[in-house]
Design a protein around this ligand. Sequence first.
Ligand SMILES: *[C@@H]1O[C@H](CO)[C@@H](O)[C@H](O)[C@H]1NC(C)=O
Length: 108
Amino acid sequence: MLFSKFVFAFTLINLIAYAFAAISYGPIRKFTICKNENCESFCEVKKYKIKPGESIKTNECTEIFCLLNFSTMELSCGQEIVDGCLMQPDFTKKYPECCGQICTNKRN
Ligand SMILES: *[C@@H]1O[C@H](CO)[C@@H](O)[C@H](O)[C@H]1NC(C)=O
């Protein structure tokens, strides 16, 4: 009984965490590198070069996708308040595990 309550609460917290995830779309950032006759195109965003259809997980707790049309999509944590804490990312982990890990400014 106690166990099932715990599992339920845990699932609920996970749902909340994902519900608050933020998506932002960037402009087309196409970058082409040619070596002799062979050219390859990437999305260039921040310091990253990403192949179309692929994504990378940054050290800033985000995941950046390079779409097939070379526009970019970035997933990041939303704001999450749990038990009076504004939860901040744990930057030692990758997205989405980094989201909402550290309690800041707890008031009571
Ligand atoms: C690129 O593709 C995405 C997903 O297919 C679409 O949502 C977006 O509007 C496109 N961007 C441009 C600038 O065409």
